[in-house]
Structure formats: C-alpha cells, structure tokens
Design a protein around this ligand. Structure first.
Ligand code: G3I
Length: 339
C-alpha cells in the first residue's frame, strides 16, 4: 500500500521535476526516468555556491549526512539545534528536491543522555518524543526517513544497543509506529549495511527480521541497502537482484541509500575501471528492478569524504574529484541514465 503510494509520489515528483532540473547535470535524465537520485550533503553544502550548483543540478533528493543525527540535532536534552536542518529542508523545497531524514534509532552519534537511558518507560518516552517532534515539524516536507539504522550485527543477531537494552526487542515496533502516527504520508525505511546479497549471513538474517516485522504489522515501507562498496569486488548481480525481489514479494520497496565505491590509493587506471563498473552495474540494477525506489550517494566529492577517515589507505569513492571535477564514474552514470 505504502509502497504503491511511494511510486505514485515518485512519478508525480518526476513530472514536476522534469521542468526544473539543471540541464547539464545527471538530474535531468534521472527525472526523465522517474529515478530518485539522491545525495548525502553536509551542513555547509547548502551555503556554498559551487556545492549548491552541483547538488541541485545532479540530484533530485538530498539527505543530511550528519545534521539530523541525535547528537547533532539535540546535543542536550532541552536544546534542539534546528537551524541547519531548517536550511536544508528549505533548500530542498526551493529547488524542488525530495528530502530524506537520517536517522532516529542508531547506536552511534548519540549524546550522553541517550546512552544513559536505563528504564523502558524513559527510553520509549524519549524515542517517541524525538520521532514525533522531528516528523511533525517537517510533516509533508521530508518525504522519507531512515527510522532505524544498522540494527542487525554482523553475525545476524539483533545488535546490542541502548534501545535494545532499555526497551527490549519491540523497540522497532514502537519507533515505526510513532513515525507512522507523526506523518502518515512519509516513507519509513529500515537501513543497514552488508544486507544486499541474498545468501550472506547478515543479509539473510536482515531479511528474516524484516519479514517478521512485516508479518506482525509493523508499519515499514522499504529497506535500505547502504552499499559502501569496494571497487575491486564486482557487484554480485544475481544475489543482489534476488534479494531485492524477495523484499518486493513482501510488498516492500528497496532503496540504495549510501552508495560509494572506495578505491585503494593511489588510484590506477585499472582501479578506476573497476570503480566505473561497480557504479554502472548498480545503476543498471536500480533502473531495472521495479521495487527499487532510490539511488542515493553518500556524498559527491572526494574533497569531503568520510572514507579516508574510516578506511585507511582508501579514498576516491565519489563521482567528483577533490577539485570538484566530474570523474569517469560520473560519465558512466550519465551515459546509462541517458539510455
Ligand atoms: O563535528 C565534529 C567536529 O566538531 C570535530 O572537530 C571533528 C574531529 O574529528 O569531528 C566532527 O565530527 C565528525 C562528524 O562525522 C562530522 O564531520 C566525527 O568525528 C565523525 O566520526 C563523523 O563521521 C560520520 C560518521 O557517519 C559517524 O559515525 C561521517 O561523516 C558520516 O559520513 C557517517 O555516515 C554513516 C551513516 O550515518 C550510516 N552508515 C554508515 C555511514 C558511514 O560511516
């Protein structure tokens, strides 16, 4: 139901957007194809002229890379740091872009008063308040949210987090229900990494977990595959497609939510070719599986990338270089979008 509604939304959005994309960027082709083509942006991006031109020219959705995370948005319990979120939402509206929120339930980037939660009642009250406050403020303006992020551990068990410990295993039922109540039109997503290939331990556990949520009536609309990939590992198209389809059989959409393709530094011609192949293959899959709703990149320039900080010796993962020039992966996407 909700997924059908989201497709209608995408279609309507693409019609509206068709007239307003920047003619030379990726966005025009994405709009023409009805693809939600997104990017994670940092707070400063919506104030910097070069970034503004790229973001609005290439993408029709934006997601705050860090700005909506709990420790940034509400560093202390009685202070809400709304200004950067408000600027991003206003920017998205001004440029007819969809906006995605990221993320309420997570085990990282939480302030001390969240990590200190001990009782079920206090944790439910705070989580419900956070979700309700944000989704009411941006009702009708933020189209979709990662309600929860990375709740499955690498071994396939439910991750030990403050939410699991304080509330118990029904914390996601509570989070998704609060979200649906706050903004019934928003698309509610469960996001994770290493969940893209059917047959892998974590991916299969993630699928079973989601199937159970769905069967119990938890209001979830889509799952997110983050897809922080490494160039030298080719995409397993068969396992990716079959995984996408089994979520489709549950009535769920799939979004590619945090795409980047890291390369060992220094990049070589061969590594760049591998990277291009991964980007192009992912886009082909996104365009040809009917329940894939979004192709969202986790940043756009190597100049401001999370990758080198987290993967020593790696970088070069995005479609613009450090001088904000388009890389070959950009042109691969453009060419495939134009087909
Ligand atoms: O804001 C502080 C700044 O005041 C301080 O001087 C500086 C010193 O290191 O740190 C700044 O905070 C950093 C923050 O990004 C904002 O730039 C943190 O150290 C840094 O750890 C944090 O990294 C973010 C990471 O999530 C946090 O876990 C990355 O930018 C962000 O790209 C990354 O995003 C996650 C998704 O949310 C979930 N999926 C995985 C993805 C990649 O890790």
């Amino acid at each position: 139901m909700n997924y059908a509604r989201s497709l209608i939304g995408i279609f309507a959005c693409s019609i509206v957007l068709a007239g307003c994309g920047n003619g030379s960027g990726l966005r025009k082709e994405a709009d023409r194809k009805g693809l939600v083509l997104g990017v994670a942006v940092q707070a400063g991006d919506v104030f910097d002229p070069k970034s503004i031109s790229l973001v609005k020219g290439d993408f029709n959705l934006m997601v705050p890379e860090n700005t909506m995370k709990w420790s940034v948005l509400r560093p202390i319990k009685d202070f809400w740091n709304w200004s950067d979120m408000d600027s991003m939402v206003a920017f998205a509206e001004r440029h007819n872009m969809r906006m995605k929120g990221h993320a309420f339930v997570w085990h990282q980037q939480n302030p001390p008063y969240v990590n200190a939660l001990k009782t079920r009642d206090a944790a439910i009250a705070l989580l419900t308040e956070q979700i309700t406050e944000v989704m009411t403020r941006y009702k009708g303006r933020i189209a979709e949210y990662d309600i929860a992020n990375e709740v499955i551990a690498d071994d396939g068990t439910l991750r030990e987090t403050v939410w699991l410990k304080a509330i118990g295993p029904d914390y996601l039922d509570i989070a998704f229900s609060a979200a649906r109540a706050a903004d019934p039109a928003a698309i509610l997503v469960l996001n994770d990494y290493s969940n893209e290939y059917e047959g892998e331990v974590k991916a299969d556990a993630f699928y079973e977990f989601v199937r159970d949520l769905k069967e119990r009536g938890v209001p979830i609309d889509a799952v997110g595959f983050q897809l922080h990939l490494e160039a030298k590992r080719p995409v397993d198209v068969k396992a990716l497609r079959s995984n996408i389809r089994r979520f489709g059989d549950l009535g769920l959409g799939v979004s590619f939510t945090e795409i980047d393709v890291r390369v060992q530094i220094p990049s070589t011609e061969e590594r760049v070719r591998e990277q291009d192949e991964v980007y192009g293959t992912l886009l082909d899959v996104a365009l040809t599986e009917p329940n894939v709703r979004g192709f969202i990149m986790w940043g756009y320039t190597d100049l401001r990338s999370w990758i080198p900080q987290f993967f020593s010796g790696y970088g070069y993962g995005h479609i613009y270089d450090r001088q904000m020039n388009r890389k070959s992966s950009y042109f691969v996407l453009k060419e495939r979008l134009a087909r």
